[in-house]
Write a protein that binds this ligand. Structure first.
Ligand code: 5GP
Length: 189
């Protein structure tokens, strides 16, 4: 059986990458989603092993020192990373795997696993992105400004990705990601 393909999906918060990933996964049960590990505390409603594997700093650093992470990043005082073993096993079994991670992680994956395919999800415009981030509400102006700043940093990385998908319309963006996966699959033949 052919090995699966590794897809990295990134994009600024508010671009809709989570929803796109969810729809792509729902439509094809051969695709697996890598659950990240983090040292931050769970937010209300987040579930262990679904949203993240929530671990202590010590446990994270131990796994990191053993080479157990495919990539990792320190973000606002907390570690985030992709456990290597499960991803490699799924790829060996022929499953395509999606990592939903930031650009720091994406470029580390590209270094250690050059076959990885990097997809960047873009909002239709900066104005639209701002509106979506502000529209989420319930956050202080300071946090919102920080998120907007982070989103601008994220956008500046889009050119370094293999593919860029503009999320103007959800169904069209999902179809575009599925088409990218078909193109990549056809390259094997
Ligand atoms: P949050 O705390 O909001 O869930 O995530 C904070 C940031 O960490 C987001 O930019 C998210 O994309 C990123 N992130 C989540 N999981 C991983 C991971 O496994 N690796 C890396 N490098 N970043 C991650």
């Amino acid at each position: 059986m052919a090995k699966g393909k590794l897809y990295v999906i990134s994009g600024p918060s508010g671009a809709g990458k989570g929803t796109i990933c969810k729809k792509v996964l729902e439509a094809d049960d051969n695709i697996r989603f890598s659950v990240s590990m983090t040292t931050r505390n769970p937010r209300k409603g987040e579930k262990e092993a679904v949203d993240y594997f929530f671990v202590s700093k010590e446990a994270f650093e131990k796994l990191l020192s053993e080479g157990g992470l495919l990539e990792h990043n320190l973000y606002v005082n907390n570690y985030y990373g992709t456990p290597r073993k499960q991803v490699i096993q799924w790829l060996e079994e022929g499953h395509d795997v999606i990592l939903e991670i930031d650009y720091h992680g994406a470029f580390q994956v590209r270094e250690s696993y050059p076959e990885a395919i990097l997809v960047f999800i873009l909002p239709p415009s900066v104005e639209e992105l701002k509106a979506r981030i502000i529209g989420r509400g319930s956050e202080s102006e300071e946090i919102m400004n920080k998120r907007l700043e982070e989103a601008m940093n994220d956008l500046a990385q889009a050119d370094k990705y293999d593919y860029r998908v503009v999320n103007e319309n959800l169904d069209a963006a999902v179809a575009e990601v599925q088409q990218i996966m078909m193109i990549e699959k056809s390259k094997e033949a």
